[in-house]
Design a protein around this ligand. Structure first.
Ligand code: C2O
Ligand code: CU
Ligand code: CU
Length: 530
């Protein structure tokens, strides 16, 4: 299996299918030479409401109202690196963490106070990013949120510096780790590379009753990779074609955890919960826990307790897991046997976070991990009113370089073809005709993965018929929960099943490799009234 970007952060990229970036005109910061574990892991501040506001359509009830400004600011990603210019929500990267209760709605006024010029070169040949549009445009999407279409951050609903938009988030959904990020048409990859992302946690009574570790033993981790110039500024590559600077993937030379390179975290010898978000533009990570810095020693087991859309039915004991762009994983790590020692969170090529385990724990006890978390009733395939077969396409030039990526061979601007009926259930069957993994995300809904099954790609290309070459691969225990982003591997047909409930209106589905999304690998879809 191939995971584009799985070996990111300084290692070899798969040539052939990608538009190779031009080599930078200056030497970049050598991230590997930086001293490791000299900065404490930052924990983002909690977002605070500015007051109460009458709810739209229900003026008698008052709900919390937040105002969050996007601004340019400077921050050090490492003790020995000069301050980096970021764009962030409330002057922070990651932005402030929302921490809310299921069923309790809120409104946010998202305010664009960014400068008029972008940090990175814009490709005006991409749809929605034409030269007649303002350079700096933003629109905020709550990834994983069950949100009405007017508040979902439709990519074309962008607003320029000096403007704002107020969104209503009902939070009527199960406890889960969501995240918010920019979604402006044609420049999402650049806005998020600049830092426009933050974590959004929904809690509920069912989850509270499980007695899982809570603050300060519950810690959000936003992981994403970036390259830097020697002056400390973020480096985003260009193709070398001045009028078409788009590159097909961005893999950074270093991995930031909550905005720091190689941070450390002081922990007690007890259980911790880590809510991990992969906020990278294109990197998949194989995450593991190790007792030292060598990559040859065995990894240490940990538990995954939740996925994108909340708790798994039962904890899954794992040695490693793959987390693609846009995916979240909820981990439980017990440091009890490690008192006085160190543990490390690493990917397949880089150690990214050090845990320094204290000799003793404070008096607080850490309760046992429950054997059962939350029932996730499997949706039977027979519930599906419709099955859609959708291809994943990479359009290459004569040299084999990607020009654009498509979903079902259609461009963003073509008429809407996916129109599920409200409250109906559908199976979406993704036929990957590329050689890479693509993390496919649907707005509005949560879904379950049905299976991945190998098929004969040559036969498909000739005849359009799926001929399976083997049985479906059984899903791993950590893929049995509710998802909103799914890894579509090459050489396989991946099927998901979803019920299109709660709202009618126009949403999007897309690849969460943001370079792909910005270059046609995104389609509108519409939930239509029954
Ligand atoms: Cu996380 Cu449509 O995005
Ligand atoms: Cu989303
Ligand atoms: Cu993709």
């Amino acid at each position: 299996m191939y995971y584009a970007g799985l070996a990111a952060a300084g290692s070899v990229l798969r040539a052939g299918s990608m538009q190779r970036p031009q080599s930078p005109s200056e030497p970049l910061l050598d991230i590997r030479s930086l001293p490791k574990f000299v900065d404490p892991l930052p924990i983002p501040e909690r977002a605070k409401p500015v007051g109460l506001r009458p709810q739209r359509g229900n003026p008698k009830s008052k709900i919390p109202h937040y105002r969050i400004a996007m601004r340019q600011f400077e921050m050090q990603v490492h003790r020995d690196v000069k301050p980096t210019v970021f764009w962030g929500y409330d002057n922070s990267f990651p932005g402030p963490t929302f921490d809310v209760r299921g069923g309790e709605g809120l409104t946010v006024e998202w305010i664009n106070q960014l400068p008029q010029h972008h940090l990175f070169p814009i490709d005006h040949s991409l749809h929605g990013a034409e030269a007649d549009k303002p350079q700096v445009r933003t629109v905020v999407h709550l990834h994983g949120g069950r949100v009405g279409p007017e508040s979902d951050g439709y990519p074309e609903n962008w607003f320029a510096p000096g403007q704002s938009a107020t969104h209503f988030y009902p939070n009527k959904q199960d406890a889960a780790t969501l995240f918010y990020h920019d979604h402006a048409m044609g420049i999402t990859r650049l806005n998020t590379a600049a830092g426009l992302m933050g974590i959004y946690i929904i809690r509920d009574d069912g989850e509270d009753a499980l007695n899982l570790p809570r603050r300060p033993y519950e810690i959000p981790l936003m992981i994403c990779d970036r390259s830097f110039r020697q002056n400390g500024q973020i480096y985003y590559p260009v193709s070398g074609q001045p009028d078409k600077p788009w590159v097909s993937e961005y893999y950074g030379g270093g991995i930031l955890v909550n905005g720091k390179l190689f941070p450390y975290l002081d922990v007690e010898p007890r259980k911790y919960r880590f809510r991990v978000v992969n906020g990278s533009n294109g990197s998949f990570y194989l995450l593991a826990l190790a007792a030292d810095l060598s990559f040859t020693s065995p990894t240490q087991p940990f538990f995954q307790i939740g996925a994108d859309q909340g708790l798994l039915p039962a904890p899954a004991k794992l040695d490693q897991l793959i987390l693609g762009p846009g995916e979240r994983t909820d981990l439980l790590i017990d440091f009890a046997q490690w008192s006085g020692q160190q543990l490390y969170l690493r990917t397949s090529v880089a150690t990214i976070l050090q845990f320094r385990v204290a000799a003793n724990k404070s008096s607080v006890n850490s309760p046992d991990l429950p054997a059962v978390l939350r029932p996730v009733e499997r949706i039977p395939e027979t519930a599906a009113a419709k099955t859609r077969e959708l291809t994943i396409n990479d359009c290459q030039d004569r040299l084999g370089h990607s020009k654009m990526m498509l979903l079902n061979n259609m461009h963003w601007s073509m008429p809407i073809t996916e129109k599920p009926v409200l409250n109906s259930t559908e199976i979406w069957s993704f036929v990957n005709l590329t050689d890479d993994s693509h993390p496919i995300h649907l707005h509005l809904v949560r879904f379950q993965i049905l299976d991945r099954r190998p098929f004969d790609i040559a036969t498909y290309q000739l005849t359009g018929k799926i001929v399976f070459t083997g049985p479906a691969q059984p899903l791993a225990a950590n893929e049995l929960g509710w998802k909103d982003t799914v890894r579509i591997d090459p050489l396989a047909v991946t099927r998901i099943i979803a019920k299109f409930e709660s709202f009618t209106g126009r949403y999007v589905w897309h690849c969460h490799v943001l370079e792909h999304e910005d270059n046609e690998m995104m389609r509108p879809y519409e939930v239509i009234p029954a």
